[in-house]
Structures are given as structure tokens and as C-alpha cells.
Design a binder for this molecule. Structure first.
Ligand SMILES: Nc1ncnc2c1ncn2[C@@H]1O[C@H](COP(=O)(O)OP(=O)(O)OP(=O)(O)O)[C@@H](O)[C@H]1O
Length: 254
């Protein structure tokens, strides 16, 4: 059942221990939110788990169907293939993830082509369907992303990420830069899609409300360490660690 596992991860940036002996597991179809104040190591953890940066020590293991094995042992090409096909990434700023000089349909279609699709008509039809799924008028298929609002850009990034139906999606503050009302719609959309597609999600957020809405389980980080973990409702309704209590009562700055 375990899809991804991290054992004893450590990562330093000069004097800063961004990750200090972090271990965690993620099951298939499970949504885990990594929460904590700014600088607690959330993004570093996500980057190490997704193979984008190497830890100083410790191991990340992933099950591609034949049991857990270290992602570091697979070689660069296989890791990239894993990242492009079985995994997806939703970043806080869609402008960094999308190609702004390529049409909305092109952005979605590119990812389909990476995973093997070749038929132009099929790719276009799938892209149009996905625009509709993320509540963008499919008539915008040939428009450039720069004509889109911030919320639409984020929805386009979500479509371009989910079109190949990855089994695991890494999300780093997916609604971070958006207005509250736009955030709510996108969170609803993400929640529906994640359940419908049966995705596993590792989500980084400093927003407890986002974690409560989306996550089955929480991992609370402070100074590069996990201080508490458990089912979302249990952790939020009855936080054990003092730091989690502060976080839940929103005393800490984001
Ligand atoms: N590339 C880097 N070079 C130097 N220090 C870094 C680097 N990346 C992260 N750090 C440091 O590691 C610590 C953890 O950073 P990280 O970005 O993982 O925290 P975070 O919880 O995601 O914070 P935020 O919510 O502000 O993004 C911080 O002290 C940060 O300054």
C-alpha cells in the first residue's frame, strides 16, 4: 500500500538544517499536507521527496509496481521519466510551470506527447475536455496563457498536470498567490479531481484551512523536523505538540 517512503532525510544549507532526520510514508490515494511556518523546511522536503534536490543523507523510496526501491538508484533518465509520467507538480506560480508563448491547448498537449500521445486530433480533443474539466471555456484552447487571469492560469496548470493521470502529485502552496474567493473555487476543483482520479497528493501549505479541506493526514514541521503527524481532524482538533497548538490557533505568522 505504501507508494512513497522517506527514511532519515537530512539536508543542510550552510549552517541551516533544512531537513533534520525526517521520515514519512505516503499510501496510494492518500492526501498528506506538510504544514509549518515559513522556513520550517516544507519546500525542501517536497523537493527532496520529488527527486528535485538530493538529500545529504537518507533515502527516498518509491513503488513503481515492483515494491519500494530508492529513487536515487534509478539513474537520471529513469527518474526524469518517473517525474514526467507517474508524477505531477503543481507550483504556487503557474507562470513558472507553464510555457507562456504556447497556447493553452499546447500546454496541455505537450504533456500528453511526453507520455506518448501522437495523434493531433486526439490530443486537441483531450486538451479541450480538460479545459472544460477545470472550468475554462474550451473556446480558449488556442489562446495564449498571458490572456488568462491568475485563477485561470492556476487551473490551466492543474489541467496540464493531471491530463496524463499521474498517480502522485506534489503541490507547493497551490493557492498561495490567489484571492480568497478564487482560492476557494480552485480548492473545490482540486478536491473533486483528486478524489475522482484517485491521486496520492503531497501538499505543502502554511494555510491550515487548505490542509483541513484537502488532507487526510498532516505532517507538522518545525526547524526541519517533524514535530507531529496524524489524521487531519485529530491533529487539528486535539493538537498534542505545543507548536501545533500555536499553529492551529494561528498565532504564528505564515
Ligand atoms: N537553496 C537554498 N540555499 C540556502 N538556504 C536555503 C535554500 N533553500 C532553503 N534554504 C533554507 O532552508 C530552510 C528551510 O527552507 P524551506 O524553503 O524548505 O522552508 P519552507 O517551510 O518551505 O518556507 P516557506 O513557506 O517560506 O517557503 C530556510 O532556513 C531556508 O532559508
Amino acid at each position: 500500500m505504501t507508494l512513497l517512503q522517506a527514511r532519515d532525510l537530512r539536508k543542510r544549507f550552510g549552517p541551516v538544517a533544512a531537513l533534520d532526520d525526517v521520515s514519512l510514508s505516503l499510501r496510494r490515494r492518500e492526501i498528506v499536507a506538510i504544514v509549518g511556518e515559513s522556513g520550517s523546511g516544507k519546500s525542501t522536503l517536497l523537493n527532496v521527496l520529488s527527486g528535485r534536490i538530493a538529500p545529504d543523507s537518507g533515502t527516498v523510496l518509491y513503488d513503481e509496481g515492483e515494491g519500494l526501491s530508492p529513487i536515487a538508484g534509478r539513474g537520471e533518465a529513469r527518474l526524469r521519466h518517473l517525474q514526467r509520467t507517474r508524477w505531477g507538480f503543481v507550483q504556487q506560480d503557474p507562470r513558472q510551470a507553464l510555457r507562456l508563448s504556447v497556447t493553452a491547448g499546447g500546454n496541455i498537449g505537450e504533456r500528453l506527447m511526453v507520455s506518448g500521445a501522437r495523434h493531433y486530433g486526439d490530443i486537441r480533443a483531450t486538451a479541450a475536455r480538460w479545459l472544460e474539466t477545470v472550468e475554462i471555456d474550451p473556446a480558449r484552447l488556442d489562446d495564449l496563457p498571458r490572456t488568462f487571469s491568475g485563477g485561470m492560469l492556476q487551473r490551466l496548470q492543474i489541467a496540464a498536470t493531471l491530463v496524463t493521470e499521474p498517480e502522485l502529485v506534489f503541490m507547493d502552496e497551490p493557492t498561495g498567490g490567489l484571492d480568497v474567493s478564487v482560492q476557494a473555487r480552485i480548492l473545490d476543483l482540486v478536491r473533486g479531481l483528486v478524489r475522482r482520479l484517485g491521486l496520492a497528493v503531497l501538499l505543502v501549505t502554511h494555510d491550515i484551512g487548505v490542509a483541513r479541506l484537502l488532507a487526510d493526514r498532516l505532517v507538522v514541521m518545525r526547524h526541519g523536523r517533524i514535530v507531529e503527524t496524524g489524521l487531519t481532524d485529530q491533529v487539528l482538533d486535539d493538537p498534542h505538540h505545543e507548536y501545533t497548538q500555536l499553529l492551529v490557533s494561528s498565532v504564528l505568522p505564515a
